[in-house]
Design a protein around this ligand. Structure first.
Ligand code: A2P
Length: 280
């Protein structure tokens, strides 16, 4: 793939760009333009989901952009109401139709939905889709280590990634080892804390010191930890700013200051895997 974005090796022999473009909360009618901006800026990983209701808008940009399909890395996610095997297969048909793609690079189970307790069935469907060649890499999102172990025990197939909320105020230090031991890459959603971390004064002072934006400092900090990041924006100049993070370094003092911002009790901005049981 072109561009200077590093690739991260996955446990299935494939690779994923370390920085991508997330489209959560981007309405379908704005998604096409946002993805065009992202691809023009150099992003090659685009991360959507059935539950975002913007796969058609994303698909339009992919068709129009002029970048070869094999140079793009397209992820979508299975919605919570479709965990039963047959429903999951049908939901993937619909995702392919909306995105208008012969294959996806990655497909994830969006949430474990413990109350429903069907995520093992959903995982079996993803394994089947991978065997059929309709998706290259499969993974999960919002899974706790106990959920990871259940799908691994049931199928012997280890998710390639777990996409979880991770940013300076919610660093998830307690689950890093669990992922390392299972050879699962962490992909960070809401890397800017859904915008909330952008107001932090400590990071603002580090940003001033380097002549960079707060968003750039946060993304550089996360990239240094070998995790994958997928910042979202609908503004062209911010989309450009967020990918321009490969020409500067933070020092140990900067990193220590940001390490200290971790607030496991109050830092989370999104839903909790234990209780997120909404069947969208
Ligand atoms: P917008 O889409 O209006 O540009 P996250 O990726 O953690 O979900 O954060 C996304 C939020 O951060 C959105 O509200 C987005 O606003 C905002 N955002 C993204 N990049 C930047 C940036 N470089 N500067 C300021 N705000 C940003």
């Amino acid at each position: 793939m072109p561009s200077n974005i590093p690739q991260i090796a996955l446990n299935d022999g494939r690779t994923i760009p370390q920085l991508g473009f997330g489209v959560w909360q981007v309405p379908d009618n704005e998604a096409t333009q946002a993805v065009h901006h992202a691809i023009e800026a150099g992003y090659r990983l685009i991360d959507t989901a059935e539950g975002y209701n913007n796969e058609e808008g994303v698909g339009r940009a992919i068709r129009e952009c002029g970048v070869a399909r094999e140079d793009l890395f397209i992820t979508s996610k299975l919605r919570n109401g479709a965990h039963a095997f047959d429903q999951a297969m049908a939901a993937f048909d619909e995702t392919q139709r909306k995105l208008s793609l012969d294959y996806l690079d990655m497909f994830l189970i969006h949430w474990p939905v413990p109350e429903q307790d069907k995520y093992v069935d959903a995982w079996k469907a993803l394994v089947k889709l991978q065997e059929q060649g309709r998706v290259r890499s499969i993974g999960v999102s919002n899974f706790l280590p106990e959920h990871l172990d259940r799908v691994i025990e049931a199928t012997g197939v280890v998710p390639a990634v777990n996409q979880i909320e991770l940013h300076p105020k919610y660093q998830q230090r307690d689950v890093r080892d669990a992922h390392r031991q299972r050879n699962i890459q962490i992909e960070c959603y809401s890397p800017l804390g859904s915008g909330a971390v952008l107001k932090d004064e400590t990071i603002a002072s580090i940003a001033d010191k380097h002549g960079k934006s707060v968003a750039q400092v946060i993304l550089r900090y996360l990239l240094d930890q070998d995790v994958i990041v997928i910042p979202k924006s609908t503004h062209a100049e911010r989309i450009q700013n967020n990918i321009d993070v490969f020409g500067f370094s933070l020092d140990d003092e900067d990193r220590k200051k940001i390490d200290a911002l971790d607030d496991p009790k109050n830092g989370k901005t999104g839903g909790f895997p234990e209780t997120m049981n909404s069947l969208f």
